[in-house]
Design a protein around this ligand. Structure first.
Ligand SMILES: Nc1ncnc2c1ncn2[C@@H]1O[C@H](COP(=O)(O)OP(=O)(O)OP(=O)(O)O)[C@@H](O)[C@H]1O
Ligand SMILES: [Mg+2]
Length: 139
């Protein structure tokens, strides 16, 4: 895909609409290709990003995403940070339980996303909203 942007630089994207969620998928795919993730791992991280972007939109009331190439000296990876100023997640353990939803979804987005990436971190509070950081490393 030709994005016309320098994927070596952090990429920021607002999440305010379904079209933005599509753009997040495209951006994550492009960066995953750039760091040479396998096709399977590309699909895993794109799927995780899609679920988290949708949650940011639906539950967080919109927000933003940053997509960054990370390098630990041995491997490269793609790191994605989702942030919103929504109500926060009051019970994280519950929210991460397969099938738990407050919105009539399948309740598999958050738990599924966690399984699809290598690193998964959530900071959430009613005051500051929700910030989720995920990383997928090349093998
Ligand atoms: N950014 C967020 N802000 C506030 N609450 C959230 C956020 N993301 C998830 N949640 C809460 O966690 C629950 C579980 O999220 P999850 O993505 O697993 O399920 P879902 O979105 O309800 O359904 P699915 O993603 O399977 O369609 C949500 O129903 C919601 O209550
Ligand atoms: Mg969801």
């Amino acid at each position: 895909m030709t994005t016309g942007v320098d994927l070596g630089q952090p990429q920021a994207q607002a999440i305010r609409s379904d079209e933005d969620v599509v753009r997040v998928r495209q951006l994550v795919r492009a960066v995953a290709v750039a760091v040479k993730l396998s096709l399977v791992d590309q699909t895993k991280v794109v799927t995780a990003a899609s679920e988290l972007a949708r949650n940011t939109l639906v539950y967080g009331g919109g927000g933003s995403v940053d997509v960054v190439i990370v390098d630990n000296g041995r491997r490269k990876g793609v790191q994605i940070v989702f942030a919103d100023s929504g109500p926060g997640i009051p019970d994280l353990d519950l929210a991460l339980t397969d099938g738990y939803t407050t919105g009539g979804g399948l309740g598999l987005g958050l738990s599924g996303a966690r399984r699809l990436v290598d690193e998964f971190q959530i900071e959430t509070s009613a005051e500051t909203g929700t910030r989720i950081t995920v990383t997928k490393w090349s093998r």
